[in-house]
Every structure is written in C-alpha cells, then in structure tokens.
Design a protein around this ligand. Structure first.
Ligand SMILES: *[C@@H]1O[C@H](CO)[C@@H](O)[C@H](O)[C@H]1NC(C)=O
Ligand SMILES: *[C@@H]1O[C@H](CO)[C@@H](O)[C@H](O)[C@H]1NC(C)=O
Ligand SMILES: *[C@@H]1O[C@H](CO)[C@@H](O)[C@H](O)[C@H]1NC(C)=O
Ligand SMILES: [Ca+2]
Length: 306
C-alpha cells in the first residue's frame, strides 16, 4: 500500500514538472482604440496564460484609491472626457499569481498637427513617454517626414540600456532608408525625387526576421535581419535625434530638421491597407502609441504646429 502511494506521489511530481509552465501576461486594450469625447470607452484587461484570473484591481496613476476591484476585467467609461486621461493599471490575480498591465490613455488628437524641428541642434528632440509592456517579437513604426536635409539624419530612435540602436529609422542619404534592429541594419533604396512629404512604415518579425518597408503606402521588396531576436521593452524613444546612449549621446550632424507627424508604433506586423489607414491618421488597430494617443514631451527647440 505504502509503495503504491509513493508511486502515485512520484507520478504526480513528475507530471507537474513536465507540465508546460506558460508565462502569464496581461495587457489593457481600449475599445474603440481611439476614444471619442463624450462617447463610451471600454478598457479591458486581457490575460493570457492563466485559465481563470479571479480578480481584477484597476488603478489610475496618481490616484490613491483603487478605481474598481472584482471579477470584472472591464473598466467602463459611459461618457469619456478629458478628466479620464492618464495611466491606468490593471492587476489580475489568479491561481498562478498576479500580473500587471498598464495603459496610457491619452488623446492629444494631433491629427493635422506636425512637430517642427526648426534648426540643427545637438539636443532638441521629442521624447515619447510610452513604451511596450513586454519585449517585442514584432513591431511596426510609421511616420510622415518633410525635410530638405541631404545629410544623414535620424527619424525614430528606440534605445535600450544594452543597445542604442535597438530600433532606429535612419536616412543616411536622400536615396536610402535604413532600419536597425538590435544594432544591425537593412537598407532600402528609394527614388531621390523632388522634395516631398514622405510617409514611411517599417515592420519586423522575429520568427522570420522579415522586414517590411513602405514608402508613401507602397510596399518595397521585403528583406530580413535578426531572426530570433527579441527587442527589449525598457526603452527610451526619441524623435529627431539619434541616441548613442540610453536617452542621450546625440550628434547635431545626425539631427532631424524639418517636419514630422503621424508617428505610430504597434507591437505587431502591418498590412498595406493598414499602412494606408495610418497615413490618413485612422489606424485600424490599437497602437502602443499613435497620433491621437501620443504621450510626449518636447525638449529644446521643437514646436507643435497646425
Ligand atoms: C517564460 O519566461 C521565461 C523567463 O522569463 C523564459 O525563459 C521562457 O522561455 C518563457 N516560456 C514561454 C512558454 O514563453
Ligand atoms: C467627466 O466625467 C466625469 C464622470 O466620469 C464627471 O464627473 C465630470 O464632470 C466630467 N467632466 C467634464 C469636463 O465633462
Ligand atoms: C509575431 O508575428 C508572428 C507572425 O505574424 C506571429 O506568429 C506571432 O504570434 C507574433 N508574436 C507576438 C508575440 O505577437
Ligand atoms: Ca545610435
């Protein structure tokens, strides 16, 4: 009898060791992705890897008391208004422990506005105050830029402490764009046309390393780099300067001079249809940050203008 119990116990231990321990992750999604003033907005806390999270604790950054606590993974705003802007935190607790997700609810509605970088400096930039919640297996970055620079310049610089060129959209010369991922880059040759507002999107996926590039809504032949790499989530994200250290190490000779707008970043790939929607500032899916939900801080001489 004792031997049977021992046998059973051993089996149970072995089974629990062999059982896959999936990682529990949580993220907050907004429905609709871009809120409309005085309309309904729902934030939902989506948990993966835990079959049945039991309790959701909703908090708002800077507020002492929790907003809501219970089995409901939804935070409802019947009539969304400006007083609701801020950073929301969801703590989901289940049998596998507690997982935390945050969300920046912001609406600047910058549509029809642009950042103007009026002159070459070694410090003026826009700091994006949002970042992914988790390391990235996939990403897409899109933006409009308008410049008469012919020297190298940085458009979008995403640095981690370990790698300053973790993600970098760089234009070394008028006929070339470069996308860096984890310090390595691919080049896309583009026509050196008359000076014009240019819309670019670049995407990358880890499983294949494939990089997509779109210029003015047109897909370029795909290339690849850094298959299997993971992009760090602890990032400093800067527009208009190239970071050579985390949050700094700028070089005036690589600064952006001109106008930039409609900056979006997603933690997923993108289709050509979605690229074209982003060009018109009406993205189809929720970005990590986007032009209507764009927490930012300007540093030095950068102006937001209609
Ligand atoms: C879970 O996380 C650990 C460490 O963070 C990692 O090594 C492992 O590969 C992850 N497992 C899955 C299934 O994602
Ligand atoms: C915003 O909504 C809250 C209710 O959630 C309400 O108390 C407040 O008065 C509203 N503010 C404005 C400016 O409409
Ligand atoms: C990344 O993209 C690939 C290919 O589209 C997909 O299979 C995978 O699930 C995505 N990973 C994440 C974490 O979204
Ligand atoms: Ca750099």
């Amino acid at each position: 009898m004792g031997q049977l119990w021992l046998c059973l116990l051993t089996l149970i231990v072995l089974f629990s060791l062999a059982a896959p321990r999936e990682n529990v992750t949580a993220r907050i999604q907004a429905h609709p992705p871009v809120p409309t003033m005085y309309h309904q907005l729902i934030l939902s806390c989506e948990v993966t890897g835990d079959p049945s999270p039991k309790e959701f604790l909703w908090e708002k950054d800077g507020h002492h008391d929790p907003l809501q606590k219970g089995p409901d993974n939804i935070l409802l705003f019947p009539s969304f208004n400006k007083s609701h802007l801020g950073t929301y935190i969801c703590r989901a607790t289940g049998s596998l422990g507690t997982t935390v997700a945050t969300y920046n609810l912001w609406i600047d509605d910058l549509a029809n506005k642009v950042f103007v970088f009026p002159q070459e400096t070694k410090d003026s930039h826009v700091l994006v105050r949002a970042k992914p919640e988790q390391p990235l297996q996939n990403f897409t970055v899109c933006l409009w830029s308008y410049t008469d620079l012919t020297r190298p310049h940085s458009l979008f610089s995403y640095a981690t402490k370990a790698q300053d060129n973790e993600i970098l959209l760089f234009k070394p010369k008028p006929s070339e764009y470069r996308l860096y991922v984890g310090g390595k880059f691919v080049t896309f040759r583009v026509p050196e046309g008359i000076m014009a507002n240019e819309h670019i999107c670049a995407s990358w996926e880890s499983t294949t390393g494939i990089v997509g590039f779109w210029l003015n809504g047109k897909p370029w032949p795909r290339k690849g780099l850094q298959r299997g790499y993971t992009v760090g989530a602890e990032a400093a994200i800067v527009l208009g300067q190239d970071q050579d250290t985390f949050g700094g190490g700028f070089d005036a000779q690589q600064s952006f001079v001109g106008e930039m707008s409609s900056v979006y970043m997603w933690d997923s790939g993108i289709s050509t249809l979605e690229v074209r929607a982003a060009m018109r500032d009406s993205p189809k899916k929720a970005p990590i940050f986007g032009w209507r939900n764009f927490p930012y801080k300007t540093v030095g001489e950068v102006y937001l203008k209609p």
